[in-house]
Write a protein that binds this ligand. Structure first.
Ligand code: CA
Ligand code: CA
Ligand code: CA
Ligand code: CA
Length: 469
């Protein structure tokens, strides 16, 4: 159970926008006699205009206004900040766009996300793609509807492009250089920037294989948006590049927990059985024994059941009345081989306890693939090691991040207590999540309620040695 210390040091660097020189706009095609409809002069004039296209296209309106409008994820007054000075509920996450409102979702532009800070106003909008100076790369970088050019040396994708389909957690995602650049190349380089846990942890949550080959493979472990940057040096020495966002989406409710001390401390994530307020641990319990039964966690929710009951037998697997999930939901995860041996994926399940070898440095992640409409789940983080740590919890609902708690600058304070062998120690209850599920079984949204200390309306609900719900 002791941690293996890894020496590899991967530090994620911010992805710098790549400026790429390129040729001028496509030249007007030579007109030969066969193009000219001699009987119709208007036709000829029209034809001459088509290859250029610039003056045939009407750019979208920016729609910049005088005042910021709240709660729309837009920079209405075009001052570079989204929903600034607007009140919000701490921890909530919203989609946001840094650019003129009229250019949202036009061309290469795509939303990022912003978290509501504990002080009750929105943090920076990060992770999206805003308008940039135009370069010849097959994409409308200006996001005005008119700057796309199609005869460029590299053909970058825009949102919705079939070359940048959505992916699933743990499923290998192929990055194929030839999809974007067809000519001979001197070198290839792929970079990926992940979600909030990757900003916090020293080790990335995802794996990127063959990052300097024409074809690389992304192995995402979490839901969310991954920014992929391809840089190719052509045979002639020209540097070309593209950046785009790959959306990774798992079904149902997903809760992930990570912390910067991930390789040195053991924190454990729990999800409480829905619609049930049994306390997390029996009275006079430690975090080891008697084992909690009202929750999904390391003890009863992984492929291998490690929790042992008072009678010395392994605990039953967490069973909340859902169908087991198909193997595709977990078979390329950290415990894929063990799930394959079982022939199913647990539902609910914990992908891996980061205290195990296959989990060192990874976030912990509890998945409920098929919750029922109206069910309410409480989340809890227990500090098993007891030494101070700064956990962050992200909540994904139907593949979209809807809440984040504990992110800098709003770290959970004083999250320290007695070790788990002695006591239930430090426990943090971030939030309750109520899910909305449609008739087809798809999770369409969630209501999140942050939990505060008893009697308080702000702050984190952290206790020491108190097993209460
Ligand atoms: Ca603004
Ligand atoms: Ca706004
Ligand atoms: Ca362009
Ligand atoms: Ca753990």
């Amino acid at each position: 159970m002791r941690k293996r210390h890894r020496t590899a040091r991967w530090i994620l660097s911010a992805v710098a926008p790549i400026a790429v020189a390129c040729g001028a706009r496509s030249p007007l095609r030579e007109i030969d006699a066969s193009d000219i409809d001699a009987g119709d002069v208007v036709d000829v004039v029209f034809f001459r205009d088509v290859p250029d296209g610039a003056d045939a296209c009407v750019p979208v309106r920016d729609n910049c206004g005088m005042a910021e409008v709240c709660s729309n994820g837009l920079d209405d007054n075009c001052n570079g900040s989204v929903d600034e000075n607007c009140a919000c509920e701490a921890g909530r996450v919203q989609s946001c766009f840094v650019g003129p409102p009229g250019r949202r979702n036009i061309g290469a532009c795509r939303d990022g996300s912003q978290v509501c800070l504990m002080r009750g106003t929105w943090g920076d909008c990060v992770g999206g793609i805003g308008p940039r100076p135009d370069i010849c790369n097959g994409a409308d970088n200006v996001c005005n509807g008119c700057s796309q050019q199609l005869d460029c040396p590299i053909m970058c994708p825009s949102p919705g492009d079939a070359r940048v389909r959505d992916g699933r957690p743990f499923a290998d995602y192929a990055l194929r250089g030839a999809d974007f650049y067809a000519g001979p190349a001197r070198s290839w380089n792929w970079e990926v920037r992940g979600g909030p846990c990757d900003s916090l942890s020293r080790l990335p949550s995802f794996a990127l294989r063959n990052p300097t080959a024409q074809d690389a493979t992304l192995h995402p472990r979490l839901s969310g948006d991954y920014t992929v940057t391809l840089t190719v040096t052509t045979a002639g020495g020209m540097r070309l590049g593209c950046s785009w966002i790959v959306h990774i989406e798992g079904p149902g409710l997903r809760v992930e927990m990570c912390y910067p001390e991930n390789e040195l401390r053991d924190l454990d994530l729990y999800l409480h059985r829905p619609n049930d307020r049994t306390q997390w641990y029996p009275e006079s319990s430690t975090a080891m024994s008697p084992i909690p039964t009202a929750s999904c966690g390391w003890h009863n929710c992984e492929a291998m059941i490690r929790g042992v009951g008072m009678d010395g037998n392994p605990l039953p697997r967490a069973d909340w009345g859902y169908m087991r999930s198909a193997l595709i939901e977990c078979d390329s995860g950290p415990q894929g081989a063990q799930w394959r041996a079982l022939g199913f994926c647990g539902n609910p399940r914990l992908d891996v306890d980061n205290n195990l070898n296959e989990g060192t440095g990874l976030p912990e992640n509890i998945n409920v693939d098929t919750p029922r409409d109206g069910e309410s789940f409480r989340i809890m983080v227990q500090n098993f090691t007891g030494d101070i740590a700064r956990p962050m919890v992200n909540i994904y609902c139907g593949g979209r991040r809807i809440a984040t708690y504990g992110a800098p600058p709003d770290e959970v304070p004083r999250f320290t207590g007695r070790p788990g062998q002695q006591n239930v120690g430090a426990m943090w209850r971030p939030a309750d999540v109520r899910v909305h599920v449609d008739v087809s079984g798809r999770t369409t949204g969630c209501d999140v309620t942050q939990l505060h200390p008893v009697g308080a309306t702000t702050g984190y609900d952290v206790t020491q040695g108190n097993p209460r719900y």
